[in-house]
Design a protein around this ligand. Structure first.
Ligand code: PGA
Length: 252
């Protein structure tokens, strides 16, 4: 089973509208030197519409970093699926560890967000990953299994075709510390087995599983070369067009 690699940029709370447009202007000419992987950029919500216009005639998709599960209502500060789509977004991140741990997002909330994204036609990247203390206690797999079970219990195998999972060990995010390619491969295999147990072999074999956590141009090839590592979710190193392009070139 060959799965097309996906390289995603999570800009977090970085870049104004003008800065996002400048990134696009710099990045678009680099596309011809990037092998045929899928590319998606997740800017702050304020830059979504501008960035989707800037990437319109290209293969770069855009998405939101977070989404609410309700269609509308009194939810100050939240953004709906429809609003994301209206701004040109076709993807959303769901359950990023910063949402889970800094903003108290529960497994149940993540499951509802995943369902809303799918129902509204967005492609979700579901983030899972353990904290350092869980890894040290030998509980990395049980944490990841709990997160997957909660998000996938309400889902069917058919839903899975639009879902991407990102394994992002919390201790590797923004710390400069990456999982070794071997550790990433082992956890990706565990995730695929867990998905297979719930949805069957076919759904599991087509599921793309990204690695995230301090992916940089100099470690990308080692991670992306591992079986079962189908791409990367990149934070810090995606803020600069040249370094994001270098990571995407490592898929070739
Ligand atoms: P990082 O972030 O690449 O800066 O570690 C990754 C992420 O949080 O998705």
């Amino acid at each position: 089973m060959t799965r097309k690699k996906l390289i995603a940029a999570n800009w977090k709370m970085h870049k104004t509208v003008a800065e996002a447009a400048a990134f696009a202007a710099e990045f678009v000419p680099m596309l011809e030197s990037i092998p045929g992987c899928d590319l998606v950029v997740f800017p702050p919500a304020t830059a979504l519409a501008t960035l989707s216009r800037a990437f319109k005639a290209t293969r770069v998709a855009v998405g939101a970093q977070n989404v609410h599960w309700e269609a509308s209502g009194a939810f100050t500060g939240e953004v709906s699926v429809e609003m994301i789509a209206d701004a040109g977004g076709t993807w959303t991140i769901v359950g990023h560890s910063e949402r889970r741990h800094l903003f108290g997002e529960t497994d149940e909330a993540v499951a509802r967000k995943l369902g809303a994204a799918l129902a509204g036609g967005l492609s979700p990247i579901l983030c899972v990953g353990e904290k350092l203390e869980s890894r040290q206690a030998g509980e990395a797999e049980s944490v990841v299994r709990r997160q997957l079970d909660a998000a996938f219990a309400p889902r069917s195998a058919g839903d899975l075709s639009r879902v991407v999972v990102a394994y992002e060990p919390v201790w590797a995010i923004g710390t400069g510390q990456t999982a070794t390619p071997g550790d990433a491969e082992t956890m990706h295999r565990f995730i695929r087995r867990t998905v297979e147990a719930r949805f069957g072999a076919e759904a599991a074999s087509t599921l793309r599983i990204l690695y995230g956590g301090s992916v940089k141009p100099d470690n990308a090839a080692g991670l992306l070369g591992r079986p079962g590592v189908d791409g990367a979710l990149v934070g810090g190193a995606s803020l600069e067009a040249g370094s994001f392009a270098d990571i995407a070139r490592a898929t070739g």
